[in-house]
Write a protein that binds this ligand. Structure first.
Ligand code: S3P
Length: 182
């Protein structure tokens, strides 16, 4: 592949996965800027095309309908785009079809965060995530635990909980550059 360390030329999308609040959007935008690539937050894309925020989609047509849309959008993005940074909602990898299409067409990077670190961010995101509504702390911990298995499929992992978004973006960039060189 044609590339240099300063600007790895990309022929695959980069897909960012991880639990809500792990920093996929913030670090993803920084990574896209480093790569001079387009950044696409799949939730924002769905919200803008459907004319309502994801919370409203959950409220009006429900999670199952949202999951169908999420799958359609991701499959289309994976089929069409070849050099974008795609940030997926934290539940997207629940669907095997999404895992399969991302892992086979793209470089999948997990933004990992420990429970203790994530718990400290919970007050910042609790009200804005439909999936956290009406859940006790125990139920949220169970959700966090159950999600770890779906994130097991990835090509690279950054410890996003311990890094600044800039450092996380740099680690991802360095990994992509080293692969491009190799
Ligand atoms: C969800 C995560 C959200 C969003 C939706 C469902 C989940 O995305 O897709 O609220 O099931 O974990 P973020 O991970 O960007 O918060």
């Amino acid at each position: 592949m044609l590339a240099d360390a300063a600007n790895p030329v990309r022929d695959r999308n980069i897909v960012l996965i991880g639990f809500m609040g792990a920093g996929k959007t913030t670090a993803g935008k920084l990574l896209a800027a480093k790569l001079s690539s387009e950044f696409i937050d799949v939730d924002d894309l769905i919200a803008s095309e459907r004319g309502m925020p994801v919370t409203e989609i959950f409220r009006t047509i429900g999670e199952a309908a949202f999951r169908r849309m999420e799958k359609e959008y991701i499959e289309e993005l994976c089929a069409g785009k070849r050099s974008a940074v795609l940030s997926l909602g934290g539940g997207a990898f629940l669907q095997e079809a999404i895992r399969d299409v991302c892992l086979s067409t793209s470089d999948v990077i997990l933004l990992d965060i420990s429970w203790d670190m994530w718990k400290s961010r919970l007050p910042l995101i609790r009200d804005s995530r439909p999936i956290l509504q009406n859940k006790t702390d125990e139920e949220i911990k169970a959700l966090y635990d159950s999600r770890q298995a779906i994130y097991a499929g990835h090509h690279f992992k950054v410890n996003a909980g311990e890094l600044t978004p800039e450092a996380a973006a740099q680690e991802m960039f360095d990994w992509l550059a080293s692969r491009a060189r190799g």
